[in-house]
Design a protein around this ligand. Sequence first.
Ligand code: NAX
Length: 328
Amino acid sequence: AKNRVKVAVTGAAGQIGYALLFRIASGQMFGPETEVELQLIELEQALGALKGVAMELDDCAFPMLKKITCTSDYAVGFKDVNWAILVGSVPRKDGMERADLLKINGGIFTTQGQAIAANAAKDVRVFVVGNPCNTNALICMNAAKGVPSDRFYAMTMLDENRAKTQLAQKAGVDVTAVSNMTIWGNHSATQYPDFYSAKINGKPASEVITDTEWLKGTFIETVQKRGAAIIKARGLSSAASAANAVVDGIFNLTHDTKNGDNFSMCLASNGEYGVDKGLIFSFPCTTVGGKLKIVEGVKLNDFSTEKFNVTLNELRSERDAVKELGLI
Ligand code: NAX
């Protein structure tokens, strides 16, 4: 018998959803041998638009897409799913207070966590894209009683891909020459794209690119602020590249990592690198024999340690704020 996965996607009628669903249905995420059922979840007012997306999915006649469900009911949407991709959220807008932002998303991700625990398959894994994604994942994990905490992830894959391309372009090499590109910490402007541990053709990137000022300044800033730069240029936030990163991210979680390489994923700390237990933090990871592991022993020099601590402290303060609101 062929494998089959059931995948829930929230915010399915949004920008990222429109770029993501076709990639999942085409087999690019789970491989050409795996049949897919899509369980698409939207707010009630977006169900009309979602119907249109489902019609387009039908019109692709994807061989491996076996079923599409459209719903605004979490119990239906998360029923028996092996993967829950949480894209819908309320990201911060101009003038919004942080407490309000955390409260609104707290409501969404608490309810979704509870619905996942009550309805999803026993092996469910949860991949959070909607911002603030680390803290949304933290809230969801805490609300999903009975689901092991190592099943919750938040996405820094787009940041990793952005960083790889910046290094490749600066070095004048193909993007495939860049490996071990670790993003540490929060998916936010404090993230640390660690060029010291990145490699270009197997050599430390900081030896291949000798313009250290560029690495410490322009490179980091470009990656940290890329989302804002896309909004400025396009008038809309990253969507196709974000969807591509979801495909890459879940591919990395479900396929073994190339020997010696690693990828970036936010997951609950067990105390690695001094990160508080339970904090959803982006680490260098590998998948070996289907099992996700944090790569230990990556050296952090003084510069890296300083950057690392900034993003760690930001995540601690987000956690403290949601704790204060009683969300975790
Ligand atoms: P859109 O506003 O186009 O779509 C969001 C959709 O979610 C809407 O259709 C809305 O109706 C739906 N929605 C809202 N609340 C929901 C709920 N409780 N249940 C189900 N559906 C719900 O946003 P889009 O551009 O698709 O971005 C989605 C999220 O991704 C945003 O939070 C955004 O900040 C985040 N991003 C995260 C990235 C990352 O790297 N982690 C990068 C890209 C993106 O900025």
